[in-house]
Design a protein around this ligand. Structure first.
Ligand code: GAL
Length: 341
């Protein structure tokens, strides 16, 4: 490249013609360079495990523990049906519990089994297959030496709006379900967990009938909500939260509320997990950005040299056939960028 530069420096007229392609070249080099250095960031569609079976882990989250990545997600299996009498497209599949996969390189995923099993024929039970078990996230508590899972628990019409908590002494489970709660009496639907460097952990959830999000500090053992919580993105109707930290700032990617149909993601930034958050636009760039490339955010994983944005490409008419999009995410001068190509 320096040779090419030397050649073009001779003729200033040439320089004009050269400047744009050169800049483009540098930009493309930097982009592809970044992608090549971040493993596992190129899932676009189906994802297979090491037994060549489709990965069944939707609304997923990843926990990195002792050199291993553990992927947890909703098991979607069986016929999709439309719940009658709803004002919105309430497509459902039996709640299949939570799956776990492990990987050392984010490319080869070994199926570790069902981390949180559903219950059959007990509709009053939170984990019954007729209920909703969505967006599981797991973090490790080094004081109690327990792995703690939080998950959205609901009824098929989403009127229950609670967060469930389960624990295990092994990362892969099985997880023992404790119960579900409404944090501080507040509704909680789409949710995620965030564990800060100071070991404090937070539950972030769509609340107040999806109108406003809330962030609630968890107790030291991560098993209960504390009274410390804040209302964020007030009246903005956001869901599918994915929170991560970069250089002391907290970045929250969310979607709009359009059920299983995709829409444009946006992000917000704060100096504290509890907020206040300042809203920015869509982090996705290029073709398909207006629908998050036909997907909906679920998690942002810190990886070597960057972040991996994880999203669900839902198939609302056949939820079992939903798949994934994992893309590199960069933070440049506090601005988020996600590119598909
Ligand atoms: C979405 C939500 C999903 C699921 C779905 C049900 O908006 O993000 O997790 O709850 O609605 O229609």
């Amino acid at each position: 490249m320096s040779l090419m530069l030397a050649k073009y420096q001779i003729n200033k007229d040439n320089m004009k013609h050269f400047a744009f392609p050169f800049a483009l070249c540098i930009a493309m080099f930097l982009r592809t360079g970044a992608i090549a250095q971040v493993p596992g960031t190129s899932v676009d569609g189906r994802l297979f495990d090491t037994d060549h079976r489709m990965v069944n882990a939707h609304g997923a989250g990843v926990m990195y523990h002792n050199g291993v990545y553990y992927l947890f997600g909703e098991i979607k299996k069986g016929r999709t049906w439309l719940v009658a009498g709803q004002k919105w497209e309430d497509y459902r599949v039996p709640a299949g519990g939570v799956s776990c996969y492990s990987s050392k390189d984010l490319k080869h995923w070994k199926y570790e089994g069902i981390a949180l099993a559903p219950v059959k024929g007990k509709l009053e039970n939170d984990l019954d297959t007729g209920r909703v078990i969505e967006r599981p996230k797991v973090i490790y508590n080094s004081k109690t030496k327990q792995f703690v899972m939080w998950v959205h628990i609901d009824k098929k019409d989403y009127s229950y709006s609670q967060s469930g908590v389960a624990v295990s002494d092994k990362p892969t489970g099985p997880y023992r379900y404790i119960h579900s709660v409404k944090p501080n009496g507040q509704m909680s639907r789409d949710m995620t967990l965030f564990q800060d460097d100071d070991s404090k952990a937070y539950l972030i959830y769509s609340s107040e009938d999806n109108n406003t999000m809330q962030v609630c500090l968890l107790s030291d053992d991560y098993l209960s909500p504390t009274k410390t919580y804040s209302r964020i993105l007030v009246g903005r109707r956001r869901e599918a939260p994915a929170l991560f930290k970069n250089k002391g700032k907290y970045y929250l990617i969310t979607s709009s509320c359009t059920g299983w149909s995709p829409n444009a993601a946006t992000y917000a930034v704060a100096g504290n997990p509890l907020g206040p958050y300042k809203e920015f636009g869509n982090p996705c760039k290029g073709p398909g950005a207006e629908t998050t490339y036909d997907a909906q955010s679920t998690y942002v994983l810190p990886v070597k040299n960057g972040y991996m944005f994880m999203a669900d490409r839902w198939n609302k008419l056949d939820l079992e056939k939903s798949n994934y999009i994992w893309l590199p995410l960069t933070v440049n001068n506090g601005k988020l960028e996600i590119h598909r190509n």
